[in-house]
Design a protein around this ligand. Structure first.
Ligand SMILES: *[C@@H]1O[C@H](CO)[C@@H](O)[C@H](O)[C@H]1NC(C)=O
Ligand SMILES: *[C@@H]1O[C@H](CO)[C@@H](O)[C@H](O)[C@H]1NC(C)=O
Ligand SMILES: *[C@@H]1O[C@H](CO)[C@@H](O)[C@H](O)[C@H]1NC(C)=O
Length: 196
């Protein structure tokens, strides 16, 4: 049978002050916060803006200075869809469709042939801008590029710099394509981005 020991008021104060100083030690030893609520306005996050960017993406596979390099060959050369192929890109983004047009940034990432049935790519790339106020900011795109469709859609899954918290989508249409030059292509990207 449990016996309840009589505790005097004095003992109670001693015990509780020991406990509270112990818990203060615990608290001060644990003062690394791992989360706290923030006021978005302190971060300049006031009104979300919608911006449309139109850039031309140059996929140069052939020639002396390619910007798209096959780093993994398809599993089988008889695969019509080049399933398994991975190409690393550092493609120019320009103002107009001509390669001599003003450079706005670079698309860095990779695309991989991800379908055994049709010509469909998994694309993962950062659009790194180099001009004006967007210099140094990036938009991250990811998605499925089904090459047989006239218009393809990728997701804006985030960004950095002026594109922090970005979301949106990009519509891709092929501007020119040269099958006799290992599929060099110029693709128009219309990107709709919600950002702050
Ligand atoms: C496919 O062709 C490329 C280029 O000719 C060659 O390097 C590669 O080994 C071939 N792959 C297979 C699986 O035969
Ligand atoms: C963009 O930023 C880089 C690095 O800060 C700088 O070297 C370059 O001159 C800038 N370009 C333009 C066009 O402002
Ligand atoms: C495609 O590439 C070939 C080989 O370099 C070139 O002769 C031809 O002019 C190109 N065609 C177009 C439409 O750019």
């Amino acid at each position: 049978m449990a016996r309840i020991l009589p505790v005097s008021a004095f003992q109670f104060i001693i015990i509780s002050s020991l406990l509270s100083s112990f818990s203060m030690i615990l608290v001060s030893g644990e003062d690394h916060e791992f989360m706290k609520p923030m006021d978005p306005e302190l971060f300049g996050l006031k009104k979300e803006k919608l911006t449309h960017f139109r850039v031309y993406w140059h996929d140069i596979v052939d020639g002396p200075s390619p910007t798209a390099v096959t780093v993994v060959q398809p599993l089988s050369n008889s695969s019509q869809t080049k399933f398994g192929m991975i190409r690393m890109i550092d493609n120019q983004l320009t103002l107009g469709p001509e390669s001599s047009s003003k450079l706005l940034g670079r698309a860095q990432g990779f695309y991989a042939s991800a379908s055994q049935e049709d010509l469909s790519l998994l694309m993962a790339q950062n659009l790194a801008f180099v001009q004006g106020k967007y210099n140094g900011s990036t938009i991250t795109l990811m998605g499925r590029n089904s090459l047989t469709n006239k218009v393809r859609e990728l997701s804006v899954i985030g960004g950095s710099g002026l594109f922090r918290f970005a979301r949106g989508y990009a519509l891709l249409t092929t501007q020119s394509f040269n099958a006799s030059k290992s599929d060099d292509a110029v693709v128009e990207y219309n990107i709709y981005v919600l950002h702050y």
